[in-house]
Write a protein that binds this ligand. Structure first.
Ligand code: FES
Length: 572
């Protein structure tokens, strides 16, 4: 039941006094007594001068408030921290859990009957979902929506696949400084999240697949009027779910919701980061998301979406082509149709209502003619990654997915920066570039550095892809034969720390294997030589992070934020 401002009173030892005092201070904001009696809709509001992707939030907030007021609620926005990808050091992932804690505690501590979560940039959506799931009040997400693309000399450009493509060309000497300067001004030309199926758009689609936002809203561009209408409708929905126990995340989110999200992730050829975030979200719900289950689903789920970084189109095309609904209808028999969303509607009911809707087959393929017959992501396991690693097979040169090569090892990001372009570096296109100490327990805190650059001496000869392995992440907008999230990571003493230049490494995506071909006696010797783990920082969030961060196979959440009793994500 909605309790409005009477909910969660400040503790003075006198409830009557606390309610009277709260009304008195709320009145000072100019609200009438009648407004103060209405259900309260909190709005987790995350604009920031350090987050370009949320630049349009002031206008979007007005739309949400309009919807709340029209439906008879009192909208009260509250700030939480915001995470802008390229403005945060060492990496936004380090602060995702801080944002999740901020969101959770402010939802819990303040008197709201439902909450609208406004987020979009990569880590903000998982952080808000993790926090809202743990707080367990009725919650609905309103996504920022993607940017529109820019153009240069007649060529369409969009963050951030084209950022990397042009930077690689610049590094290889293919384009000059004035050209890269002009590219810089055309990559991100509107408010909103990156223009391709990167992490932000992948997480937006997974949010819709789990029923945590209004159907049909994940892909609406940030600057489109439909985005404002979605804001208004989200505000109205928030009033409808206010105070309802059956609209708490725990009441309708199930293992089936997670499996639907995994299937959609695979069909999108979506971001590798989404595996990490879904694992963390599952953990908050009390489920262990087993990477073997990802592999099972990957075998039966075709890639249907022709979007960058692996395809040719941009998010604005995806929206025009039919959006996520067009993908969900193709996947219908692979999805749990009885999974319900925050609206109360099941996925099956939604899809039945949308049957026959128009789809642009140049962007969203039919099941009979998929882009790829199997899913875009797979997990590999073996002596180099006992707890798994992730490969985006849809983004790699096929020959490199079955490959044995000589390791060329970089012991840290600094080491890589210093030596990767050194003409004296002994490296061939068949070698395997290995980056150590860039995982969650390293000082680098798992940056998006897994897209190791091709050494200049090879790039300038036209080499475009090499097998690259690390415990880091990769931007959802990047591509290549890249093995990521190796667990356990090198800084915690995982086998990745034992690799030396000259070792042989074998990857077989077909067999789901990643092995270091070095005998155990040699590895035991190397293990003895490993430096002891660095001591935790003395204070603050850095210390909390160092003491509680979990490995990639647990979603890099903090151990104390996940319920201790968890069950494996069951199969069909
Ligand atoms: Fe915000 Fe890419 S930088 S989504």
């Amino acid at each position: 039941m909605a309790r409005g401002l009477k909910g969660g009173l400040t503790d003075y030892g006198d409830a009557g006094f606390a309610a009277y005092l709260r009304r008195s201070f709320a009145s000072s904001m100019g609200y009438s007594r009648a407004m103060l009696e209405k259900p309260v809709i909190g709005i987790a509001y995350t604009p920031s001068g350090f987050n370009n992707c949320h630049r349009h939030f002031p206008e979007l907030l007005e739309a949400v408030k309009r919807g709340v007021l029209a439906a008879g609620g009192l909208p009260l926005e509250f700030p939480t921290i915001s995470l802008g990808e390229s403005f945060t050091s060492p990496t936004t992932l380090k602060f995702r859990n801080l944002m999740a804690m901020d969101t959770e505690e402010m939802i819990r501590a303040q008197p709201m009957d439902a909450v609208v979560l406004m987020g979009g940039c990569d880590k903000t959506v998982p952080a808000q979902l993790m926090g809202a799931i743990s707080a367990d009040k009725p919650a609905v997400m309103l996504l920022a929506g993607p940017m529109l693309g820019g153009s240069l000399d007649g060529e369409r450009l969009g963050a951030c696949t084209d950022c990397r493509r042009f930077w690689a060309r610049f590094r290889a000497g293919d384009i000059d400084q004035p050209t890269i300067d002009r590219v810089e001004g055309q990559l991100a030309v509107t408010a909103g999240t990156c223009a391709v199926m990167g992490t932000a758009s992948t997480m937006a689609c997974l949010t819709e697949a789990m029923g945590l936002c209004l159907p049909g809203t994940a892909a609406i561009p940030a600057v489109h009027a439909d985005r404002l209408r979605a804001g208004e409708a989200t505000g109205e929905l928030a009033v409808r779910i206010a105070g309802r126990d059956d609209r708490r995340p725990s009441a309708f989110l199930t293992a089936k919701s997670l499996e639907n999200a995994l299937t959609v992730l695979l069909a999108l050829g979506g971001s590798t980061n989404a595996v990490l975030h879904l694992t963390a979200i599952a953990g908050r719900m009390g489920f262990d998301l087993d990477l073997h289950r990802l592999n099972e689903l990957s075998e039966r789920t075709p890639v249907l979406v022709n979007l960058k970084p692996t395809g040719t189109h941009y998010m604005e095309d995806f929206h025009r082509a039919g959006g996520l609904g067009g993908v969900l209808r193709e996947l219908e028999d692979l999805l749990h149709r009885d999974a319900a969303g925050v609206t109360g509607e099941t996925l099956g009911e939604r899809l039945a209502a949308e049957r026959g809707a128009w789809v642009d087959r140049g962007v969203i393929a039919a099941r009979t003619t998929p882009i790829d017959p199997v899913g875009g992501l797979v997990a590999v396991f073996g002596s180099l990654a006992p707890n798994g690693a992730i490969v985006k097979r849809s983004a790699a040169e096929a020959r490199l997915l079955e490959h044995t090569g000589r390791a060329v090892v970089f012991t840290s990001l600094a080491d890589m920066a210093e030596r990767i372009d050194d003409p004296a570096l002994e490296v061939t296109a068949d070698d395997v570039l290995v980056l150590q100490n860039a995982g969650p327990t390293s000082a680098a805190a798992m940056p998006e550095a897994g897209y190791l650059p091709i050494p200049k001496q090879l790039g300038s000869k036209g080499v475009k892809d090499m097998l690259r392995i690390s415990d880091a992440r990769m931007s959802g907008t990047a591509y290549g034969a890249i093995v990521l999230h190796v667990a356990p990571d090198a800084a915690s003493g995982g086998p990745l720390a034992l690799v030396r230049t000259g070792d042989r490494i074998h990857l077989s995506v077909k067999e789901r294997r990643l092995d270091l071909l070095v005998d155990e006696a040699a590895l035991a010797g190397r293990r003895q030589e490993l430096e002891p783990a660095a001591t935790a920082p003395e204070r603050g969030y850095a210390r909390l992070y160092a003491e509680h961060i979990l490995q990639a196979d647990r979603g890099c959440d903090f151990d104390f934020l996940q319920p201790t009793a968890r069950t494996p994500l069951a199969g069909d």
